[in-house]
Design a protein around this ligand. Structure first.
Ligand code: KIV
Length: 276
């Protein structure tokens, strides 16, 4: 067995993420492919292979149609290209809400086949028991409360959560239940600042906010949103690049060059080596 690498070179662990509660903000982004994961790995504490992959890369209208096979394929790609960030893979809709034993089998399959360090589940009222079942059996779990994209059919759309008294209390209860059940951090999506701060104060593990204000212990965004690949993004996204514009400009320049005969030029052409 080889000697242990120094901590700075080792991959981030659930334990180290959990220890960041109230400390240095936890930097997270989504990743679905090897080349992007390799770039993000340099700067992120956690890479999430989110089931948003279904909408972002596969053109699905929501995340309901995402399968275990899709999550495993993208999880494998991200793991191959990263070496220091913790990689967590979303459990897709239908993979964990039924029997706890089925959730465990699916979580183990994801961890074994991808090599990722954790799974994430959207933790509605019925899921805390499953989180406890998984964590007691050695599966590191991230919870996800507030706006739960997999509940889009039941909710009738993507809506910010916790704006009314009853819902407010429910979101806090769900976050506490996930944390008490052993989740090592909890994603909080689409809630107002007051609620995000209250959740962050109420639970022992870090909160990772998306559309949940600066009152969380860390932040996550869908990478393709913050890179400007979509015309529409939610209010909480800050665009750090205009990749859609860049790609359109590059494709236009390429098309012009092909049509005018400017591409390929001699420098981009193989020539036969003539033997004397
Ligand atoms: O699927 C996803 O990308 C997510 C993040 C938005 C947190 O769950």
């Amino acid at each position: 067995m080889s000697a242990q690498r120094p901590e700075a070179e080792r991959r981030m662990t659930p334990r180290r993420i959990k220890a960041r509660k109230g400390g240095e903000p936890i930097v997270c982004l989504t990743a679905y492919t090897a080349p992007v994961a390799e770039i993000l790995d340099e700067v992120c504490d956690l890479l999430l292979v989110g089931d948003s992959v279904g909408m972002v890369l596969h053109g699905l209208p929501n995340t309901v149609g995402v399968t275990m096979e899709m999550m495993i394929l993208h999880g494998q790609a991200v793991m191959r290209a990263s070496r220091r960030a913790l990689v967590a893979v979303d459990m897709p809709f239908g993979a964990y809400e039924g029997a706890k034993e089925t959730a465990y089998a699916n979580a183990v399959r994801i961890l074994k086949e991808t090599g990722a360090q954790a799974v994430k589940v959207e933790s509605g009222p019925a899921v805390a028991e499953t989180i406890a079942y998984l964590t007691r059996r050695g599966v590191p779990v991230i919870g996800h409360v507030g706006l739960r994209p997999q509940a889009v059919l039941a909710d009738g759309g993507f809506r910010a959560k916790g704006r009314h008294g009853n819902e407010y209390a429910c979101v806090i209860a769900e976050a506490k239940a996930a944390s008490d059940a052993g989740a090592f951090c909890v994603v909080v999506e689409g809630v107002a600042e007051g609620l995000a701060r209250e959740i962050t104060a109420a639970i022992d593990v870090p909160t990772i906010g998306i559309g949940a204000s600066a009152g969380c212990d860390g932040q996550i965004l869908v990478t393709d949103d913050m890179l400007g690949l979509f015309d529409w993004t939610p209010k909480f996204v800050r665009r750090y690049a205009d990749l859609k514009g860049e790609i359109a400009r590059a494709a236009r320049a390429y098309a012009d060059d092909v049509r005018s005969g400017a591409f390929p030029a001699a420098a981009e052409t193989y020539f036969a080596v003539v033997k004397g």
